[in-house]
Write a protein that binds this ligand. Structure first.
Ligand code: BDR
Ligand code: CA
Length: 305
């Protein structure tokens, strides 16, 4: 069983990614850290805590950075709703946050089991960059480092930049330059993971998980006219799916540099598939059938618990 530490900004697709990680028998979630991103930090943190309890998980949850390293924050409340889960408000919880800052939880968790824990980030990379700066040895301690973020063709927040990278390009640059191989599960891959009507039929009969979370979240997330047939892309779950089974994706080694200066291209992940010295592995093609099999099975496990 692979141990995984999830840094995230829930966020509808982050919420589904956490469900996948918890429900899949091959992963053991050992910590969840929240970062400001889709919505402000107070909401991403509260959502992470409530999701943890709602799914019946026990991993510690810690609050991290509320704003980017250098610039003003941006958010994606238009996509995820004001509080981050569309119109869903999960039951309040009496559980406490882990008293540590997310950066310390990341460092201490990885330090306690060098080479054993995979680190995955599905939000802006602020916490990760701060952790790398505070304790550079996490780069060796993490068994692997997988992000949902970036793109090698086009962005979504701007024509050049994907949201998680655009939200904190300087942090993303630190993460990509840290010395580990970053698995960049970007938009070119995640746009192949669409929760269309056929996919959603597979989630029927999942009781409260379906009626309280999946259906309202996916209705909200998929409400844009462009998505009516395609369905919304469940970006963050793809990063978790890579951890569970990398053979779900074709991946190509590359050199990725983050543009932090460009007037029109800030936040772009400039991807060179021909570079001699790479720093990244970039999944390009998703086995959609097997991906949705994993999701449906994990949701079934979470629903039953
Ligand atoms: C990414 O941005 C966020 O809105 C989603 O949660 C995902 O992590 C997609 O660009
Ligand atoms: Ca996210």
């Amino acid at each position: 069983m692979k141990k995984v530490l999830i840094d995230c900004d829930p966020g509808i697709d982050d919420a589904l990614a956490i469900a996948l990680a918890h429900g899949d028998p091959n992963l053991d979630v050992v910590g969840i850290t929240a970062v400001g991103g889709n919505v402000p930090l107070e909401f991403t943190t509260e959502n992470a805590l409530r999701l943890r309890d709602y799914y019946g998980m026990t991993a510690p949850v810690a609050r991290g950075a509320g704003r980017p390293l250098v610039r003003e924050g941006i958010n994606a409340g238009n996509v995820h709703g004001v509080m981050g889960l569309g119109e869903v408000v999960l039951p309040e919880t009496a559980s406490e946050l882990d008293p540590r800052h997310a950066v310390d939880l990341i460092i201490e968790t990885l330090a306690a089991a060098p080479g054993e824990i995979s680190l995955v980030a599905t939000g802006p990379l602020t916490n990760i960059a701060l952790a790398v700066r505070k304790e550079p040895r996490i780069v060796e301690w993490a068994a692997e480092f997988v992000i949902m973020g970036g793109a090698y063709s086009r962005g979504n927040r701007t024509p050049a930049a994907e949201f998680n990278i655009m939200a904190d390009p300087e942090a993303a640059a630190v993460a990509f330059e840290a010395g580990w191989t970053t698995v960049m599960v970007g938009l070119d891959l995640t746009h192949q993971a669409r929760a269309n009507a056929e996919v959603r039929r597979r989630f029927e009969g999942l009781g409260r998980l379906e009626s309280e979370l999946l259906t309202p979240c996916l209705d909200f997330y998929g409400r844009f006219p462009d998505y009516q047939e395609l369905g919304p892309a469940i970006h963050d779950a793809c990063a978790i799916a890579y951890l569970i089974d990398p053979t779900l994706m074709d991946a190509v080694p590359a050199r990725v540099d983050v543009e932090t200066q460009g007037r029109f291209t800030s936040g772009m992940t400039v991807t060179d598939f021909k570079a001699e010295t790479g720093n990244a592995l970039v999944p390009t093609v998703l086995d959609q059938e097997r991906f949705w099999d994993l999701m449906a099975e994990a949701f079934r496990v979470v629903a039953k618990a």
